[in-house]
Design a protein around this ligand. Structure first.
Ligand SMILES: N[C@@H](CCC(=O)N[C@@H](CS)C(=O)NCC(=O)O)C(=O)O
Length: 219
């Protein structure tokens, strides 16, 4: 790889940071172009992502333009993951990685997103909506906690994109729950999840993304 990948992202939204974690893990050169939310659903960005959402990438080394964060991280791993150490390429593990990557994109992201939306952005205060999506977040934490019983990582004995894809949304939990966050007592109620999340956050690539996000966003 010789030329940097362009990543179209946003300062606060989690999905571009999910991609940045993988770019950092793979030690790839990239240029993070941060858009305002008011610019994603119009030209010129809609020419890059017809869905008008970030992230999207443009990779001049292969000519691809790609959006949807899960598709992007699979592309990066398959194209640039030299020794495939962040995934599995055969056996049941190959599909178990996909299972968790799909679950993150369909079962974590949208519910966490709605929990954040109703707590912070919805024009009316709707306690029942806030409660509904916070319950969904707790359910996801419960699923991960159960799956991680007696295990360090979701698939096999190593860290993969299955694990790494959850972090960017998990980083936003304190913001999402506000004052209710401390009362959730994640460390004691979801101990396997808590230890796993801590383990992932200690990775240098994740730390690089956490620091870069903190420099441009408060959430
Ligand atoms: N499923 C998409 C979700 C992308 C997404 O919702 N991105 C947010 C920012 S994190 C966005 O662009 N929102 C703009 C909007 O909804 O108008 C993915 O994983 O890439």
């Amino acid at each position: 790889m010789s030329k940097p990948i362009t990543l179209w992202g946003h300062a606060g939204g989690p999905n571009p940071w999910k991609v940045i974690i993988i770019l950092e893990e793979l030690n790839l050169k990239y240029d993070h172009k941060m858009l305002e939310m008011s610019d994603v659903k119009k030209e010129p960005y809609e020419k890059i992502c017809v869905n008008g959402r970030v992230p999207a990438i443009e990779d001049p080394n292969t000519g691809i333009t790609l959006w949807e964060s899960a598709a992007i991280i699979e592309y990066l791993i398959e194209t640039y993951g030299q020794d495939k150490d962040l995934t599995f390429t055969s056996g049941p593990e190959k599909f178990l990685v996909k299972q968790w990557v799909f679950f993150q994109a369909s079962g974590q992201g949208p519910y966490y997103g709605q929990a954040g939306w109703f707590a912070h952005y919805h024009p009316e205060k709707l306690p029942s909506a806030i409660e509904r999506y916070r319950e969904h977040v707790k359910r996801v934490l419960g699923v991960l906690n159960k799956a991680l019983e007696g295990k360090q990582y979701l698939v096999g004995e190593k860290c993969t994109i299955a694990d790494l894809s959850f972090i960017a949304w998990d980083m936003m939990l304190p913001w999402m729950f506000g004052e209710a966050w401390a009362g959730l007592d994640v460390e004691n109620k979801f101990p396997n999840y808590f230890a796993w999340n801590k383990r992932l956050l200690e990775r240098p690539a994740v730390q690089a993304a956490v620091k870069a996000k903190a420099a441009v966003s408060k959430i």
